[in-house]
Design a protein around this ligand. Structure first.
Ligand SMILES: Nc1ncnc2c1ncn2[C@@H]1O[C@H](COP(=O)(O)OP(=O)(O)O)[C@@H](O)[C@H]1O
Ligand code: SF4
Ligand SMILES: [Mg+2]
Length: 333
């Protein structure tokens, strides 16, 4: 992993509905709909992605991981802020960013053959010359552990793990530099998960890929990530090297998540229950979003938003406890 920044996420916010939504606005103007509530899916998120790293994005369901991933991959426009891609696109015609979902075929035509699924985008975008396309498809299948003899089969004839391999081959076929994996192994059995994670790691070495690896499953993210971003209700609450975050989580939210995970069987555990429900992103709590559930909350927490600040080399947290005075008072850090 180098220091070269290939993508920069700068103060990115995404709201759904309300005045920002064209259709809702049109209906409102015509008097056909009540003003819609605004969902604050992602709020003022910034980070850099370095060439060759795996950046894990974790947090409970609904905290904005997929929305963030889609903005990173360029599939969704931020409401505010920007995603600046510095991918070199060295290979002519390559598509620098690809996204891999939980079930790559849920949105695809089940009547297409594997060769079509993998070969379509490189053909349409002119990434591989026509005469080389068959060989390219076979090469991608082979590198992803799918037998070449299956090229004429249909997607529905494969198991979940095989389907995900075909999905990965399909993404790789356009020679991306960055893969955004959104719950890419979450639907698979634990043993198959490990195989696909290994495949991702082999492909990183082989193609110099960079990953944004989104998962609600801490065990998977710990295993694969170099660096981790922890999200809560649309905001980053903590970030840093994966090993350090798991060894000594600092933010009260991260601590609650990780302390509750049984160490011997972490891989099977999803999340430790934290007292209280996740508040609605339609009306997030003022100040620190975590304050209604935080055992260390104090007066400031319900009024003032804690900013993400450096707390040690390479580590950041957004919590008032990491301001000098509070540190003494609560004797942490
Ligand atoms: N297209 C959309 N329209 C309205 N709300 C959305 C849309 N997509 C996501 N949301 C909302 O944004 C929040 C974050 O969702 P999401 O990014 O899918 O979270 P995660 O992937 O962490 O589960 C949720 O409250 C979700 O309901
Ligand atoms: S800012 Fe306050 S409420 Fe938020 S995590 Fe820190 S101590 Fe808890
Ligand atoms: Mg999601």
């Amino acid at each position: 992993m180098g220091d070269e920044v290939i993508l920069s996420v700068r103060n990115v916010t995404k709201r759904f509905g309300g005045r920002g939504d064209l259709i809702a606005r049109g209906l409102n103007r015509l008097g056909l709909a009540a003003p819609r509530a605004v969902v604050h899916a992602v709020e003022d998120v910034s980070f850099d992605l370095h060439k060759g790293e795996v950046l894990g994005v974790v947090g409970e369901s609904g905290c904005g991981k997929s929305t963030l991933g889609r903005m990173v991959a360029g599939l969704l426009e931020p409401s505010e802020g920007e995603v600046v891609a510095k991918a070199s696109g060295a290979t002519s015609g390559a598509l620098p960013m690809q996204m891999i979902f939980q079930d790559p075929f849920s949105s695809l035509n089940p009547r297409k053959r594997v060769s079509e699924l993998i070969g379509e985008a490189p053909r349409v975008h002119g990434i591989v010359p026509r005469p080389d396309l068959d060989a390219h498809v076979a090469d991608m299948m082979e590198r992803c552990g799918v037998d070449k003899s299956y090229r004429d089969r249909f997607a529905h004839q494969f198991s979940g793990g095989q389907r995900q391999r075909i999905g990965i081959a399909r993404a790789l076929a356009v020679r991306p530099e960055i893969l955004v994996c959104d719950e890419a192994v979450s639907a698979l059995d634990v043993s198959i998960q490990a195989q696909i994670v290994n495949l991702f790691m082999d492909l990183r070495d082989e193609f110099g890929l960079t990953y944004v690896f989104i998962s609600h499953d801490l065990g998977v993210v710990e295993h694969i990530s170099d660096r981790i971003v922890v999200m809560y209700l649309g905001r980053i609450v903590e970030s840093g090297p994966a090993e350090e975050i798991f060894a000594s989580p600092q933010h009260p939210y991260t601590r609650a998540l990780i302390d509750g995970v049984p160490r011997l069987d972490r891989r099977r555990t999803v999340y430790a229950p934290i007292k209280g429900d996740i508040p609605s992103p339609i009306n997030p709590p003022k100040g620190c979003h975590f304050h209604p559930r935080c055992s260390l909350a104090h007066a400031r927490c319900s009024t003032e938003r804690p900013l993400l600040r450096d707390i040690a080399a390479g580590r950041q947290a957004a919590c008032h406890l990491f301001e000098t005075d509070a540190k003494k008072e609560f004797s942490i850090g």
